[in-house]
Design a protein around this ligand. Structure first.
Ligand SMILES: C[S@@+](CC[C@H](N)C(=O)[O-])C[C@H]1O[C@@H](n2cnc3c(N)ncnc32)[C@H](O)[C@@H]1O
Ligand code: SF4
Length: 370
C-alpha cells in the first residue's frame, strides 16, 4: 500500500484512537489501557508525527473523529497539542467529534474543544441507573442533567451512548433510562446491545448475553420509543433528530474510504483495509506494523452490502452502478424477489433498503445476497 498525496487527498474522513481510560469496563474489548501519565504524553507525540505526515501531504477532511478508549482523559496541554495539529486538516463545513466519559470532562476541556473547532461531542453515559453503573465500574455520582447543560454552553451537537442487555437490567430499567435520555434533550443517541467478548471480565465471570427474544423485545421498545420522540433510526443502532446524523459514522456505513491513526486503529484506502498494531509498546517506539488486507471486487461487494443494508435508507442504485459497473436490480433480480416476497427488503425511488423486519433479520438478507 503506497499512500501517495493524490490518494490521501481523496479521503474525506480521519479517525484518531486514544486508548487510555480511567477505569476499565468489564465488557470492553476495544484497544484500551488504564490511564498512565507517562505513556499518554509519549503517545500524543507519536500521534502528532502521523498527523504531520498527513499535513505534509495536504490532506483535508470533512470529518475527524477522536475516539477511544477515552480521549477526555488527556490533560489540557495534551488536548491543545492534539487539537491544534488537527485543526488545519479540516475542510470548510466539517464535522469534528470527540468522545468523552462524564468523569473526565471539565469546563476547561470544553473550552479547549470549542476553541480548536470540535463541533460534536459523544458522551458515554450508558445508563442513569446507579446499580447498573456500579455493575459496569462507572462513576455513579454524576448529575447527567447538569453535565449536559454545561456541555450545551459550548457544543450543541451531542451524542450520548446507551448500553442495554446487561445482567441486572430489565425492561423497566431500560424504559427509565430512555425517558431520562429523552429528557436530556440531545440530538443523537447511539445504542449498544451488550456483546460478550472473549477475555473480558464479564466473559471470565460467565455472564450471559440476553436471549434473542429479550434482545428483540428491548430493541423493538427502543426503536418505537425513540421514533415516537422525533428520532430517526438512520442506522441499526444509531438514532438522530433530522439533520443530526453523524457524517463520520455514515462514512463507515456507506463503505467510503477513511484514514486512521493510533494504536489498533483501522483504515480503508485505495482497495486496502489496514489495521495498526494493537501494541502500545510498538506504537510508542514508532512502529506501526500495519496489517494489510487487499480488497478484491467480491470482498468490496460483500462489505458494501454489510455496511449499507444497516442503513435505514439502504443504498442508491445509481451510486451502486457507478461503483460496481453493473445494474444491481438486473443481476440480483431473483434474490430480490425472494426477499421482497418475505417482506425483508424494499425499493423506494432509486434506493434499495431493508424493511424494519429486514433490519432485524439482516443475517438472512445478507446470506441471500452474498
Ligand atoms: C469503546 S467505547 C469508547 C467511548 C467511551 N470510552 C465510553 O465508554 O463511552 C464506545 C462504546 O462502546 C460500548 N461498548 C464497548 N464494549 C462493548 C460491548 N462488549 N458490548 C456493547 N457495547 C460495548 C461502550 O459502552 C461505549 O458506549
Ligand atoms: S467502554 Fe469506554 S471507558 Fe470502558 S473500557 Fe472501553 S473504552 Fe474505556
Amino acid at each position: 500500500m503506497n499512500l501517495t498525496k493524490s490518494k490521501i487527498k481523496k479521503v474525506n474522513s480521519l479517525y484518531i484512537h486514544i486508548p487510555f481510560c480511567s477505569k476499565i469496563c468489564p465488557y470492553c474489548d476495544f484497544v484500551k489501557i488504564i490511564d498512565n501519565e507517562q505513556f499518554k504524553k509519549r503517545y500524543v507525540d507519536e500521534i502528532i508525527k502521523d498527523i504531520s505526515f498527513l499535513t505534509a501531504n495536504e490532506a483535508k477532511f470533512l470529518t475527524i473523529y477522536i475516539g477511544g478508549g477515552t480521549p477526555s482523559v488527556l490533560n489540557n496541554d495534551e488536548l491543545i497539542k492534539l487539537l491544534s495539529a488537527l485543526k488545519p486538516l479540516l475542510k470548510d463545513d466539517y464535522e469534528f467529534t470527540i468522545e468523552v466519559n462524564p468523569e473526565s470532562l471539565t469546563v476547561e476541556k470544553l473550552k479547549i474543544f470549542k476553541e480548536y473547532g470540535v463541533n460534536r461531542i459523544s458522551i458515554g453515559i450508558q445508563s442513569f441507573n446507579k446499580e447498573i453503573l456500579k455493575e459496569i465500574n462507572r462513576d455513579f455520582n454524576i448529575d447527567y442533567f447538569k453535565l449536559i447543560n454545561l456541555v450545551k454552553k459550548y457544543i450543541d451537537n451531542i451524542n450520548v451512548d446507551l448500553i442495554y442487555g446487561l445482567p441486572s437490567q430489565n425492561l423497566n430499567i431500560l424504559k427509565e433510562d430512555l425517558d431520562n435520555f429523552i429528557k436530556l434533550d440531545i440530538n443523537h443517541i447511539s445504542t449498544y446491545s451488550l456483546i460478550l467478548e472473549k477475555g473480558t471480565e464479564f466473559y471470565l465471570k460467565g455472564v450471559n448475553e440476553v436471549s434473542d427474544e429479550i434482545s428483540r423485545e428491548y430493541y423493538d421498545y427502543i426503536l418505537n420509543y425513540l421514533r415516537s420522540n422525533g428520532f430517526k433510526r438512520y442506522e441499526v443502532s444509531n438514532f438522530a433528530k433530522p439533520g443530526f446524523e453523524s457524517r463520520h459514522n455514515l462514512t463507515y456505513r456507506k463503505d467510503e474510504e477513511y484514514l486512521a491513526i493510533g494504536v489498533g486503529a483501522s483504515g480503508y484506502i485505495d482497495h486496502y483495509r489496514y489495521k495498526n498494531s494493537a501494541s502500545l509498546t510498538k506504537y510508542l517506539k514508532g512502529e506501526r506494523d500495519k496489517e494489510l488486507d487487499e480488497i478484491s471486487f467480491n470482498d468490496d461487494l460483500e462489505y458494501y452490502f454489510i455496511c449499507n443494508l444497516r442503513l435505514e435508507d439502504g443504498f442508491n442504485l445509481d451510486e451502486f452502478k457507478n461503483k460496481f459497473h453493473f445494474d444491481f436490480l438486473v443481476k440480483y433480480n431473483d434474490k430480490i424477489n425472494k426477499l421482497m416476497s418475505r417482506g425483508l427488503v424494499k425499493i423506494n425511488g432509486r434506493n434499495f433498503s431493508c424493511t424494519d423486519e429486514g433490519i432485524i433479520l439482516l443475517d438472512i438478507v445478507l446470506r441471500e445476497l452474498i
